[in-house]
Ligand binder design. Structure first.
Ligand SMILES: Nc1ncnc2c1ncn2[C@@H]1O[C@H](COP(=O)(O)OP(=O)(O)OP(=O)(O)O)[C@@H](O)[C@H]1O
Ligand SMILES: O=C(O)CCCC[C@@H]1SC[C@@H]2NC(=O)N[C@@H]21
Length: 271
């Protein structure tokens, strides 16, 4: 093996076992593939957005993984989870689809806490944090009549492998286990559960309990934040909650402002 990390023999995901566990009759997920390498699982599924929902694509390695606003997402092969899925909640008003990345955050936080024993906080709109460091990121992209929901989670990265010093991994956070199969199973089950509840409620996050679950896990709400917006003055003030469309409510000098995930360049704690 040519890997510079010879002591880090990372086992592959078990595609067959994941399929057996997750592709169940009547369930949301209907196809699941694990690729040894691809550019970006979100980009791959965007090309299949007109198929029925419930596709899951996982990559052991991404060479052009992307984050919000075309930022890069990088991680050594098999060191984490890079998973995308297609969802098409057609009877939910599109304005409410802004809750989908937040739903994924709640699902991922719950899976990580249950399976790996690591407590995480959510940073609106798309990060899972351990302390102030980023454990995972979520990217929701519209494609045709679907949303491609992508999650990147750092599992067994060592300090010297972190792509940025502000990142962390389950290993570094002292996880009970860094076995990726059970984490992925729990994650996809939690997404399915929350998605089904939210959808049955017509996308009303308050009615289905999603808004409460999100608020409970969110480190942004209740803090003073500085929100950088493209081509607009930076907004600073207390973040007071999330609106019906999944936007962050920030009380600025001129009153409350709702900011959408697609609009913000950075959200930082303000002094
Ligand atoms: N595996 C990884 N783990 C953690 N962070 C990563 C990883 N790969 C890339 N990144 C970083 O994540 C960032 C993308 O996430 P995002 O768009 O949320 O930006 P951010 O810098 O976290 O936002 P903010 O400035 O609001 O905190 C990129 O800037 C990139 O440097
Ligand atoms: O933090 C972010 O800005 C979001 C990062 C999202 C990364 C995941 S990895 C699986 C999926 N495929 C991608 O190219 N991006 C997402």
């Amino acid at each position: 093996m040519d890997s510079p990390y010879k002591d880090l023999d990372r086992p592959p995901l078990s595609e067959a076992a994941l399929r057996r566990a997750l592709l169940v009759p009547g369930g949301l997920w209907r196809e699941l593939d694990v690729l040894p390498e691809t550019g970006s699982t979100n980009a791959d599924l965007a090309n299949r957005a007109d198929e029925a929902e419930g596709l899951v694509l996982i990559a052991e390695s991404q060479v052009a993984g992307r984050g919000r606003l075309d930022r890069r997402w990088t991680a050594p092969p098999r060191s984490g989870l890079a998973v995308s899925m297609t969802l098409a909640p057609n009877e939910v008003p599109v304005a409410r689809w802004g809750w989908l990345p937040l739903l994924a955050g709640v699902a991922a936080a719950s899976a990580v806490s249950r399976v790996a024993g690591v407590e995480v906080r959510l940073k609106w709109p798309n990060d899972l944090l351990v302390g102030e460091r980023k454990l995972a990121g979520i990217l929701a992209e519209r494609a045709g009549s679907s949303v491609v929901l992508g999650i990147g989670l750092n599992v067994s990265l060592h300090e010297e492998e972190l792509p940025v010093p502000t990142a962390t991994s389950l290993l570094l956070a002292g996880a009970d286990s860094t076995d990726r199969d059970p984490i992925l199973r729990a994650l996809l089950r939690e997404v399915e559960e929350w998605y089904t509840r939210w959808r049955l409620a017509g996308g009303d996050a308050r009615a289905c309990g999603l808004a409460t679950a999100y608020t409970d896990a969110c480190a942004t709400i209740g803090r003073r934040v500085r929100v950088e917006l493209p081509a607009k003055p930076t907004l600073e003030g207390p973040a007071t909650g999330i609106d019906d469309e999944g936007r962050l409510l920030v009380t600025g000098p001129e009153g409350p402002v709702a900011v959408g995930a697609g609009d913000v360049v950075h959200v930082r704690p303000a002094g």
